[in-house]
Design a protein around this ligand. Structure first.
Ligand code: 4NP
Length: 153
């Protein structure tokens, strides 16, 4: 069973969405996978998802209300097969914690699933308005479609 970890900075805006969206797609297609999320920072550990993320998720029939934030940890390299970073800063911070090539090879930039090799980031919506969360939802949803497609084949 494949194990996938979604990672952003705070684990309250983007990666909880990515976790919820991918889990929803996986359940709908009858696939078997483990999906979780974490943040490179620990400022919000133990907190639920940002209400703006929870709202945009519900608007799209995805429920992330039981989410609780946690920090990315060294063990995650062993516990997950694929680690998707939401932006290039998260990507670099995760790579810095990798202890070997096997760990490094697990780390991907999420939006490269949609536009391979372009190294696009899902923008941090935390300091913006609600519109930013709609945009982030759309980007993550596209990437999760690609991931679910790959898992299906
Ligand atoms: P996230 O968004 O990384 O998508 O969860 C953020 C959440 C909190 C902060 C920054 C980004 N913060 O600075 O507290």
């Amino acid at each position: 069973m494949i194990r996938i970890l979604m990672v952003c900075l705070g684990n309250i805006c983007r990666s909880p969405l990515a976790e919820g969206i991918l889990r929803d797609k996986i359940e709908k297609s009858g696939l078997n996978a483990i999906v979780d999320s974490a943040g490179t920072g620990n400022y919000h550990a133990g907190e639920p998802a940002d209400p703006r993320s929870a709202d945009v998720a519900l608007k799209n029939n995805v429920n992330i209300n039981s989410h609780r934030a946690r920090q990315f940890k060294q063990n995650d390299f062993d516990n997950y097969d694929l680690i998707y970073a939401m932006d290039t800063e998260n990507y670099n911070n995760i790579l810095r914690l990798a202890r070997n090539e096997n760990h490094k090879n697990k780390v991907k930039l999420l939006m490269n699933e949609v536009l391979p090799g372009e190294n696009l980031s899902v923008p941090d919506p935390y300091f913006g308005g609600r519109h930013g969360f709609d945009n982030v939802y759309r980007m993550i949803d596209q990437a999760c479609d690609k991931i679910a497609e790959k898992l299906n084949t």
